[in-house]
Ligand binder design. Structure first.
Ligand code: NAD
Ligand code: IPM
Ligand code: MN
Length: 356
């Protein structure tokens, strides 16, 4: 039996409420498929920051590096400035483990009302490939002329050739692998004078290596409108760090609730562990009520299994999830219009896995 060592970081807020449901489902699917999990629990969070001034211990990254994968809840909570908690943990892990691909499916699931009129499962079903370690997210820049009338701040975006090419290439390979040879690029080369013309240039260059893959590109503003007006037209959408971030909340918003959306932070070379988490954050507004929807976390666990080469087990989780949502009496959390608790939905998904 293969046993995987999984670093479990619930993090902050509802991360602590949805994580137990994902572990429940993983344990069950592990029994069914003969997969062992050694879960290593880390309680690093904003509480750690308030106590120690840091999100994780000095050797935190070395501890994480010893695992096959990382399952994360959410990071960030009122009381700690977001840019400090996020750069101290989530963004730090993505960067130091070179998890340069952020893969985020956008899929309308059965039994969840779609806010877009007349859409049914299948109509909204595509992948966002988000560049995850450079671009607009940077610590380069700073304040200038502080305290004078000329005061201001500069924030520098970095698009390296290596970083741009490898994420574009990943998107083309994914489109080919899915048998949906179509990649859409999110750009803004009309307004961003340096970065996006370069992005477009590299998109065209990499695209030449994939003559079988159809391409199109839209400025991010009209792309956002097209998402809502005609989601059927998308297969794989590739974007920079910030554009990908925004599109990957817009997409799940179009599927009725962002709470179901998963996110895989992948180092394709497997030089470091990859990290799996829901798209959503710590949701301080509902934390403590045990009503958070655990589907994003559970689906993230399924993506982790796919990444570990256990696609059969990952597929079982997705089928169980859909089977539960298709039921008229499915336990629905409030974001899906019901009054179920987090654990009710987690239990139902675990129970919907095959009996043996
Ligand atoms: P959020 O995703 O936490 O919440 C946005 C809205 O969605 C809230 O109304 C919340 O109640 C709802 N929601 C989110 N997840 C839900 C779930 N599982 N079930 C039901 N409803 C859910 O975004 P935010 O409010 O902008 O951020 C809160 C904190 O989380 C901030 O500190 C932010 O920086 C952080 N954050 C972290 C991550 C991450 O760790 N990957 C992602 C986004 C935000
Ligand atoms: C996400 C989140 C993070 C991001 C934040 C919390 C830094 O919004 O994972 O989408 O912007 O990447
Ligand atoms: Mn986001």
């Amino acid at each position: 039996m293969t046993t995987y060592s999984i670093a479990v970081l619930p993090g902050d807020g509802i991360g602590k409420e949805v994580m137990p449901e994902a572990l429940k489902v993983l344990k069950r699917v592990g029994q069914l498929c003969g997969i062992g999990f050694a879960f290593r629990h880390f309680d690093w969070s904003c509480e750690t920051w308030l106590k120690t001034g840091r999100m994780m211990p000095d050797d935190g990254m070395a501890q994480l590096a010893q695992n096959d994968a990382i399952l994360l809840g959410a990071v960030g909570y009122p009381g700690v400035p977001d840019h400090l908690s996020l750069w101290g943990m989530l963004l730090k892990i993505r960067r130091e483990f070179d998890q340069y691909v952020n893969l985020r499916p956008v899929r309308l699931l059965p039994g969840i009302p779609c806010p877009l009129a007349g859409k049914k499962p299948g109509d909204v079903d595509f992948w966002i490939v988000r560049e995850n370690v450079e671009g607009e997210y940077s610590q380069i820049g700073g304040r200038f002329a502080e305290g004078t009338p000329a005061e201001g701040v500069a924030q520098t975006a970095i698009f390296t050739r290596l970083g741009t090419d490898r994420i574009l290439r990943y998107a083309f390979e994914l489109a080919r692998g899915l048998g949906r040879p179509h990649v859409t690029s999110a750009t803004k080369s009309n307004g961003l004078f340096h970065s996006m013309p370069y992005w477009d240039e590299r998109f065209a260059a990499i695209g030449r290596d994939y003559p079988d893959v159809r391409t199109d590109q839209y400025h991010i503003d009209i792309l956002a409108a097209r998402f809502v007006m005609s989601p059927e037209r998308f297969d794989v959408v590739v974007g920079s760090n910030l554009f990908g971030d925004i599109l990957s909340d817009l997409g799940p918003g179009m599927t009725g609730t962002i709470a179901v959306a998963p996110s895989a932070n992948i180092n394709p070379e497997k030089a470091y562990p990859s990290m799996f988490e829901p798209v959503h954050g710590s949701a301080p507004d509902i934390y403590g009520q045990a009503i958070a929807n655990p589907i994003g976390q559970i689906w993230a666990a399924a993506m982790m299994l796919d990444h570990l080469g256990e696609a059969e087990a990952g597929g079982m989780i997705l089928r169980a999830l859909s089977a539960v949502l298709e039921r008229a009496d499915a336990p629905r959390t409030p974001d899906m219009g019901g009054s179920a608790k987090t654990a009710d939905l987690g239990e139902a998904i675990a129970a919907a896995l095959p009996a043996s």
